[in-house]
Each structure stands twice: as C-alpha cells, then as structure tokens.
Design a binder for this molecule. Structure first.
Ligand code: SF4
Length: 403
C-alpha cells in the first residue's frame, strides 16, 4: 500500500542519549557525554529528515514524536531546530501534535518555554513513581519533588496537553503503595496517563538481580489487582480508558470513541497507519515495508553520510514486506488494544477485501464465547473490542488472530 495524500502520517525521531541507564531499560540508549558524537548525530538526523521528506515528495504529516532515550538531553533550541527542518521538508499540518518525552529532573521553566514557543504542544514526562524509594530502586535520577516542580513549570510554560508515565508492579510494591502513586499523579491533574506494568527484560541489570535471587519476581496476581485499581481510580476521576495502558481526561460522554486528548501519534500506530522512524534504531512502516535503522549512533552517522533517499540508514536485515496476511493480523493485534473504539468491521473489509468474521471466525468466536470481546454499534457500523475483563488477558485474545 503506497502512501496516499489522504493518509495520516506520523514521524518518530529517536534521541538515543540518557544521563545514566535505568536498571530495567532495554531501549536503544547510550550514556550522554560524547559531545562530538552527539553533534555528529544531530547533523545526521537533520539530513535524514530532509532526505526522507524529499524522497516522499514532501508528504502530509500529522504528528511528530521525539522519543528515546531522553530527548531533553538536547537543548530546547536543538529540538526546535528539528521541528523547523521537519516543517521545511514535510507538509506539517497546522494542528499537528508535536510531543517530546522529557525527564522531569531537567525541566526548567525557561527550557519548557523555549520548547512550547518553538512548537512542541504535548509533553510526556517519565515520572514513573512518586515514591523516592521506588525511583531510587529504578535508578531514575529525579525525585518526586522535582517531578511535581516540572509539572508546575510545564503548566506555567503553557503546556495544556501533558502526559505522565507511571510504572506499576515493582518488586515488593504493595497495592497501597501503587494507589499512593495514582493519587499523587491525579493531584497534578495531568491530561493523559500512560501506565505500564514493569517488565523484567532479559539483558537488563534488573533481570540479572531477579535471576540471582536478589530481587523477587513481581507477582502477576498483585499486578492484576493494581490494574483493576487503576481502572477504577482513573475512571472515577474522569479519565477515559482508551488503550490497554493509556487514559485521557475527558469532559463529555463518550460512547465508543477514543477521547480527544488521546495521543494522536500513538493512535497512528494502533490504527495500523503509516509512520516514519528516523534516528538510530528507529522503526518505521511506509509503502508496504517496515524496517529499522542501524542501531549504533556511530554506524547511523556513517550510513547517513554516504546514503541517499528513503531508508538511507536502514539495516537491510530488518527490512520486511508487509503481506496482506501480516497486515490483517497486525490490524487486529493493534486495533484490539484500543479498548473503546476497537476494530471497525467496515474499515477492515474496505482495507483487506474480506469480512472480519469471514477471515477470523474462530478467533472472533473465542473472545465472544468467553466474554472477553464484544461487538458494539457505532455510526460506521459494528466494532469488535475487548470487554473490561478482556483487558486483563488481552494477549490471550489477540494471539488467536495469529494463525
Ligand atoms: S530514561 Fe528511559 S530510555 Fe533512558 S535509561 Fe531510563 S528507561 Fe531507558
């Protein structure tokens, strides 16, 4: 499927530096400090933005997302410069959502004002916890006081779309301790909350500690209780649960729709629409192909210096052609994550030329028979989505679509 002028398109930009490495992190990040490497990387990223925009003939662009790593290890002026280069290389829509992830420990009012005035209109803060003990355990550099101050600064700088990331199910974390984190987050009145269970990823220091028996494995039953408490608490506080791990503040009554303050960039992923990933190790999928760029910043710079056009820094081993079968499976796996809007039967059939129930009779019946999925009505016809109990076992439901 080739990019059409009407397609929404998102752009992810990877900034791979962090001041230190958190014990649970398995992202493509490197310790900040080598200034030559950093400035070479910034120049390469500028070139990749320009080359990509030119190769796609300055396409319409709906979202920009700076992720990492920690994008705020760059100066605010530098991040704004990237936005300006994107504007000159893409048809950036006037209402485009422009998000940066941010580390709460480094966000002065002046820094945030520069970002806001330079066009960043959504801030996603990696708060993770309001317990200094837990933050230390996770080897985060900030403390809870700095997180509260960063939120205050963000509001003063004019950010009216603010996300907080939180992590639950830390080893030995009790339900009460998690509830404390939720309550503290709500006091700050964020517009959006992204809430993830801690995953012990192989290769991380935390994984080694668990394997050696120094840290207990988090408990799945406790995790389910925390997830239930999260749904209750945020629902009562006026947040719409719209994706398995995401909630957004909403004023009006929603029937099936994702709320207005849902992350527009991430909706592009979950709705299985095209996006570009620029920078070291970034993934993108466009024109029926998916690939990742080479991972190491040094190799990335080398590839950008000598390459040209779309995918100039891609790692050839990662290139994958998305067959209709793969696209259908992914459409279901991603779309069912959207717990309000789910997957539209009409859109499925229009895109793939086959009815959802005809293609996946058993998988659809599996969820319905067990009360894990349901059909709901919408102005564009029926939609299949997870039920509240299905949200606890989403993997079990989506795996049925992987035949
Ligand atoms: S701040 Fe995020 S990207 Fe950086 S080391 Fe910690 S978890 Fe990884």
């Amino acid at each position: 499927m080739h990019l059409k002028p009407t397609d929404l398109l998102g752009l992810y930009i990877h900034i791979p530096w962090c001041p230190t490495r958190c014990i649970y992190c398995d992202f493509n990040t490197y310790i900040d400090g080598d200034l030559d490497l950093k400035s070479g990387y910034q120049a390469a990223l500028m070139r990749e933005i320009r080359e990509t925009g030119a190769a796609l003939k300055r396409p319409r662009l709906d979202t920009i997302f700076f992720g990492g790593g920690t994008p705020t290890t760059l100066s605010a002026e530098q991040l704004v410069k990237f936005i300006d280069v994107v504007k000159s290389s893409f048809d950036l829509q006037p209402n485009a959502e422009i998000t940066t992830e941010a580390n709460p420990g480094t966000l002065s009012l002046e820094y945030l004002q520069t970002l806001r005035q330079g066009g960043v209109n959504r801030l996603s803060m990696g708060v993770q916890s309001f317990s200094d003990y837990e933050l230390k355990f996770l080897s985060r550099l900030h403390n809870s006081r700095e997180a509260r101050k960063a939120v205050e600064n963000a509001r003063s700088a004019g950010f009216d779309n603010l996300n907080l990331d939180l992590i639950f199910n830390l080893p030995q974390q009790s339900l009460d301790q998690w509830q404390f984190n939720l309550d503290e987050a709500l006091k700050l009145e964020p517009d959006h909350l992204s809430i993830y269970s801690l995953i012990i990823e192989p290769g991380t220091p935390l994984y080694r500690q668990v394997v050696q028996g120094n840290v207990p494995q988090p408990d799945d039953d406790v995790a389910a209780d925390m997830y239930a408490a999260t749904m209750d608490t945020l629902g009562q506080a006026g947040y719409a649960h719209y994706e398995i791990s995401n909630w957004a503040k909403t004023d009006g009554e929603l029937t099936w729709q994702s709320p207005e303050l849902a992350s527009a960039h991430n909706l592009i992923y979950w709705r299985n629409q095209p996006y570009l990933g620029l920078g070291a190790g970034a993934y993108g999928t466009v024109n029926g192909q998916r690939w990742a760029n080479v991972k190491r910043p040094q190799s990335y710079i080398g590839r950008v210096d000598t390459g040209a056009g779309l995918g100039l820094a891609r790692d050839e081993e990662t290139v994958e052609t998305i067959s209709p079968e793969i696209a259908m499976t992914e459409h279901m796996m991603l779309g069912l994550r959207l717990v309000r809007e789910g997957v539209s039967a009409q859109e499925f059939e229009a895109r793939f030329g086959v009815a959802l129930e005809t293609r996946y009779p058993q998988a659809v019946a599996y969820g319905l028979d067990r009360g894990l999925t349901e059909w709901i009505d919408s102005p564009t016809g029926p939609r299949l989505r997870l039920t509240p109990s299905g949200r606890f076992v989403a993997n079990q439901v989506v795996v049925q679509f992987m035949d």
